[in-house]
Design a protein around this ligand. Structure first.
Ligand code: FAD
Length: 498
């Protein structure tokens, strides 16, 4: 998501778009341009920097960074505590360029895409070939480079691993200005470093993404639990089974009334009479969200399969809700909700999100304290919770996961009301996030942050743990001047490797 709004009508802006030589001049001769940037997280506003719209990856290859080069801020991730901070550097808008996608439809199909491409566009183009990527994020209006720099996790990750495990090849411009093609077999150190590398080693310009035959339809199912142990047992059983659902997620429901009534707009209760007697008021509930993909000629078989899988689960029987949607509708579901929020002015608000990876052995302790003591009011956004198998995670990437075979992704996806000083205000939610993190640390849960935010190198060192030395070595190899993504506050230009 790259939405950059210019505060000033700077005369360079049109030149940037139209001339390569101006681009290179700007990179080598620092000048100031005031840019107003908003991102979905909206916790920082004013930047003092350049804006570059790349015309092709070959532009970068003529770039020779030197000690005085401005920082490349990438697409910006800035820790939540840094607000209204003035930063000098260059923002590269990867979305500004649209290049054609190239499909390969052999035994192992794939697509070559520009890194600024949105996943939703890849989905639509792939479907024309009867194909689709295997692993997704819940929201598809994100760039390939953005999600591959983190991980790209959704309900398919238990089977396919995150998006970073479903890429065959990358083209990267390193911090030294070299344009390098890398894969598992060619320049593997850079390939794995950049995947989950938080934009620290290079700018991904192209990616080769693995595809599979696309289904046409999806049976989308929600069931409720009041017992956390039964909920997690069922989730863990489902992700470890061979013949299981194609998508497995879950979420926590705290202090919500009229919940099932809301669902009725998109889901049908299996037993409407029983469902009407179910009362969710006040209780903390856990919703298992699962989906089975199918093609219309397989409807009977898939229904039998679903009945069989559901019969093995311990959910509250009256709370079985079903829906049948197209594959595109299912994958693009968050965008549809987002459009509704936008209409109400509830999308362009601060989103102080906290994403944690919690080891399986600690999830009960975590849930007891966090859902029982810390989040006692109703939550300010969805709280996702679902397990993944570490065996599906390639441990050569820069992505850090907890030290256990199964871990839970717990995502507190809060929205803050801009002028509120109450429990839905930014300050309150940030303090609550801090309490959760403090508890995890005090209880020594071995939790890792996903989409991490830290303000000191010491905290980053702890985050990376045994992977820190490799991370530092890769930084000194591929971005020795530490000009890439300084907003993460992992390395500083002057003292990158002290
Ligand atoms: C509404 C929403 C829903 C989300 N849902 C999920 C989800 O379900 N699962 C999940 O895993 N994540 C999710 N995310 C997080 C998402 O994966 C990251 O925020 C990701 O960075 C978004 O990509 P972007 O295109 O918005 O990147 P940006 O915000 O533009 O960039 C973020 C950072 O990524 C790096 N970066 C971006 N492009 C490149 C590049 N080409 N080369 C090198 N580095 C680059 C830079 O360091 C940059 O600072 C969600 C985010 C949002 C806003």
């Amino acid at each position: 998501m790259n939405r950059n709004h210019l505060c000033s009508n700077h005369p360079f802006v049109s030149s940037i778009v139209s001339s390569n030589s101006v681009l290179i001049t700007l990179i080598t001769q620092p000048m100031t341009l005031a840019i107003y940037i908003t991102t979905y997280h909206q916790q920082f506003y004013i930047l003092n920097q350049f804006l570059i719209l790349p015309l092709s990856s070959s532009i970068f290859s003529t770039w020779a960074p030197h000690q005085g080069s401005p920082s490349l801020l990438g697409a910006m991730v800035i820790p939540s505590k840094v607000k209204h901070k003035l930063i000098k550097g260059v923002v590269i808008n990867m979305e500004s360029l649209h290049q054609e996608m190239h499909f390969h439809t052999g035994e192992f199909p794939y697509v070559d895409v520009w890194a600024g491409e949105l996943w939703i566009n890849i989905l639509h183009e792939s479907l024309k070939h009867g194909l689709a990527p295997k692993s997704w994020t819940d929201y598809l209006h994100l760039t390939v480079g953005g999600t591959l720099s983190n991980a790209g996790i959704s309900g398919q990750a238990f089977r396919h691993g995150p998006q970073i495990n479903n890429v065959y090849q990358l083209e990267v411009v390193t911090g030294k200005g070299e344009l390098i093609t890398c894969s598992e077999k060619q320049n593997a150190d850079l390939f794995y470093g950049v995947l989950g590398g938080l934009g620290q080693f290079g700018i991904i310009t192209r990616a080769r993404i693995s595809l599979e035959p696309a289904p046409r339809m999806v049976k989308w199912i929600r069931v409720l639990y009041s017992d956390f142990s039964i909920f997690t047992e069922d989730q863990e059983y489902l992700i470890s089974s061979q013949d299981t659902f194609d998508y497995i997620e879950g979420f926590v429901i705290i202090n919500r009334t009229g919940l099932l009534n809301n669902w009725r707009f998109s889901f049908n209760p299996k037993d409407p009479l029983q469902a009407s007697h179910f009362n969710s008021d006040g209780k903390t509930l856990f919703c298992l969200e699962i989906a089975k993909y199918f093609n219309p000629d397989e409807t009977d078989i898939v229904n039998q399969k679903i009945d069989m899988l559901l019969s093995e689960l311990g959910y509250i029987q009256s709370t079985l809700f079903l829906s049948e949607v197209s594959y595109v509708e299912f994958l693009d579901r968050v965008h549809i909700s987002g459009l509704k929020l936008r209409e109400k002015g509830l999308w362009e608000v601060p989103h102080p999100w906290l994403n944690l990876l919690v080891p399986k052995s600690k999830i009960h302790n975590f849930a007891k304290v966090v859902f029982g003591n810390i989040l006692t009011d109703s939550s300010t956004g969805p709280i996702l919770i679902y397990p993944a198998n570490k065996s599906k995670w390639n441990n050569r990437t820069s992505m850090v996961t907890p030290d256990e075979d199964v871990f839970y992704q717990v995502a507190f996806l809060s929205s803050a009301m801009p002028s509120s000083t109450g429990t839905d205000g930014l300050a309150y939610i940030l303090a609550q996030n801090e309490r959760i993190l403090e508890f995890c640390e005090a209880a020594n849960l071995g939790v890792k942050q996903y989409l991490p935010h830290y303000c000191t190198q010491e905290a980053w060192r702890t985050h990376f743990g045994t992977q820190w030395d490799v991370f530092v070595r890769r930084k000194s190899t591929y971005d020795p001047l530490a000009i890439l993504a300084p907003g993460q506050q992992i390395f500083h230009k002057a003292s990158a490797f002290s």
